[in-house]
Write a protein that binds this ligand. Structure first.
Ligand code: BEZ
Length: 212
């Protein structure tokens, strides 16, 4: 299935390290990060799941539930989680989906046969509380992902959903933002009382409206 931004994330039932789940019930009203990894007991994946666990409080602050998936079985997942906890000095507190029959992997197009026939690539789906897909990302097996970047995108999505703004290159929480093109500068000046800097008619900066 070719899933694109704005599509509804398909629901599924699966076996995980916390038991059988219905994906939508698991997500509830939270945002979700569904991310695949090529395989258990592999070095890059070990650091990736460890990093996600280390950032658990950051995900919670943003009302985000993480959930990992690979084509390995649940017994492998349980054994590997012990290793992740030991080697990455953390406690994995999110579920790992066991998908040996590739049902979820196929549903989310996580197996790219020209890269590998028998492993999921490093896919990420950010899913909002309305179950819409808001980010897709695909990394090769040899490159570990940057989970700070995933948090940064969630910050941007959560901010821009509630204000008529967008976030510029390499923006981080608290940095200035850009005024949406749909707003005229004269209206922006009223809407953003902290000030609007017009560099070009199409490039207007304003301080982060949520900053104190
Ligand atoms: C890894 O996680 O280290 C890895 C997994 C599959 C292929 C290459 C690297």
């Amino acid at each position: 299935m070719n899933l694109r931004l704005g599509d509804t994330a398909p629901n599924f039932k699966a076996t995980t390290t916390i038991g059988e789940i219905d994906f939508y019930e698991f997500l509830g009203d939270s945002w979700g990060v569904l991310f695949s990894h090529p395989g258990d007991y592999t070095p890059v994946c070990t650091t990736e799941l460890g990093r996600t666990a280390q950032l658990s409080d950051e995900f919670k602050k943003r009302n985000v539930k993480a959930i990992a998936i690979s084509v390995d079985g649940v017994e492998d997942h349980h054994g590997w989680v012990k290793d992740i906890n030991e080697t990455q000095n953390t406690q994995v507190d999110f579920p790992l989906i066991a998908d040996p029959n590739r049902e979820v992997s196929d549903l989310y197009d996580m197996i790219h046969p020209n890269a590998s026939n028998n492993m999921t690539v490093r896919s990420v789906f950010i899913i909002d509380p309305n179950k819409k897909i808001r980010l897709t990302l695909t990394y090769p097996a040899s490159t570990g992902r940057n989970f700070i970047e995933i948090l940064r995108v969630i910050d941007s999505l959560q901010l821009t959903d509630s204000h008529s703004i967008a976030t510029p290159a390499e923006w981080n929480r608290g940095d200035r933002v850009v005024v949406a093109n749909s707003i005229k500068t004269e209206d922006a000046i009223v809407k953003f009382p902290k000030g609007v800097e017009e560099v070009r008619p199409y490039l207007r900066y304003t301080p982060d409206p949520t900053n104190d």
